[in-house]
Design a binder for this molecule. Structure first.
Ligand code: ADP
Length: 393
């Protein structure tokens, strides 16, 4: 079965076509700058180990044009479509076959993800029009976190804010946490129900997850992806009173402040850069704030690992993934330094070695295994799409 995975953003469309029998990618690409003066489409077709790349720069007025361009370049058959949807709220505990009711429920969650759910829904509608009769499945970023218990997902606000306004921790990056957790269990030779893991998705956005016997118990992102550890440009956890204090003292509007918290903070806020490769380079040249940004980032990761070890009681493995988690040995080493109290010890040589394959970086005396596992959210969406369709047959 060939599954097309679609991730529709406000000005982008990412897609990948998988042959699920061989678990290989047949084609994939991205359409960027939709609605801007010049759009860019990059498409790759893979066959027998060969890559055939097409790049087009042209005005792409809307998502419909983007989708038509994509469909024109995919020459292989498509049996089913899996959509990434960011926010499923409490309505969706698992990936779900799309019908009219499902679309209404996704729309009802728009206020919780105003930048993401509306374009996700546009993608679903366009795919239904373009591929009539093909089954479509929604896989939500929030699904995996729906097992978090109430004591961990509630904020200590008046309880009716939860019932009336749906304010609670939802968590994000769920497909990534689930993918790397399952992969790590497979590599450990264990069932997911036998293992406790802390998974660390550290990319431009960062989230950490405590997983007990296959079920998520807690995660660092909250009602929105702004919470948790500091990120490339996002603050992570803040004293909530800072918001009002800043509005009162700077005259910034809520919209301006939102922009600061989401786009001008995190690593960038401290040292002016958000890509850790550039930050390490600047730090090596003696820039104090670049060095401080790395120290703060690693310290906050360390604190979450400690907290989640306490939540889980017993930890079998830590799993690093995404751009920083997979590639940045410096951040990993700093975050895991001096953690022998938890039985964590890394092997500096293994930690420095570069590999695209999943590998361990713990030392021989470590009681907790430490893994680096490349994430594959698209494959996870394709896998769940197949599972939903198999179960509905
Ligand atoms: P996104 O959250 O946008 O999907 P990624 O998971 O691709 O992000 O991570 C992007 C980030 O990964 C970059 O901003 C950079 O900080 C980091 N990164 C990527 N490659 C490396 C590397 N070789 N060394 C250190 N950091 C890296």
């Amino acid at each position: 079965m060939n599954v097309l995975v679609i991730n529709t953003g406000s000005s982008s469309l990412k897609y990948q076509l998988f042959d699920m029998d061989s678990q290989t990618v047949l084609a994939g690409g991205v359409v960027e700058r939709i609605g801007e003066t010049q759009g860019v489409l990059t498409h790759k077709k893979f066959s027998r180990g060969k890559e055939d790349k097409t790049k087009k720069t042209q005005p792409i007025q809307n998502h419909q044009e983007a989708m038509l361009l994509m469909a024109g370049l995919i020459t292989q058959k498509i049996d089913a479509i899996g959509h990434r949807v960011v926010q499923g709220g409490e309505d969706f505990k698992a990936a779900t076959r799309i019908n009219g009711e499902v679309k209404k429920a996704i729309q009802a969650n728009n206020p919780l993800a105003p930048l993401h759910n509306p374009p996700n829904l546009i993608g679903i509608q366009l795919a239904e029009d373009l591929f009539p009769g093909k089954p479509q499945v929604a896989v939500f970023d929030t699904n995996f976190h729906q097992t978090i218990p109430e004591k961990a997902f509630l904020y200590a606000l008046p309880y009716e804010y939860y019932t009336d306004y749906k304010i609670r921790r939802y968590g994000f990056h769920g497909t990534s946490h689930k993918y790397v957790a399952n992969k790590t269990c497979e590599l450990m030779g264990k069932k997911s129900t036998e293992v406790n893991l802390i998974t660390l998705h550290l990319g431009n956005g960062c989230s950490i997850c405590a997983i007990k016997k296959g079920k998520c118990q807690d995660t660092s992102m909250g009602m929105t992806p702004l919470a948790g550890v500091m990120m490339g440009t996002r603050t992570g956890d803040l004293d909530p009173a800072i918001f009002g204090y800043l509005m009162d003292n700077t005259g910034m509007t809520q919209k301006e402040l939102d922009e600061v918290l989401n786009k001008k903070s995190g690593l960038k806020g401290i040292c002016g850069l958000n890509d850790l490769r550039d930050i390490h380079e600047k730090s090596a040249k003696g820039d104090r704030l670049a060095g401080l940004a790395v120290e703060m980032f690693a310290y906050q990761i360390k604190k979450y690992i400690g907290a989640y070890a306490a939540v889980l009681g017993h930890v079998d493995g830590l799993v690093f993934t995404a751009g920083v988690g997979e590639n940045d040995g410096v951040v990993r080493a700093k975050a895991l330094a001096d953690m022998s109290v938890f039985g964590i010890e890394i092997d500096p040589v293994k930690n420095k070695a570069r590999s695209q394959e999943p590998h361990t970086i713990h030392g021989t005396n470590s009681q907790i295994q430490v893994w680096v596992v490349p994430t594959n959210e698209e494959l996870q969406i394709a896998t769940e799409t197949c599972q939903v369709l198999e179960n509905s047959n």
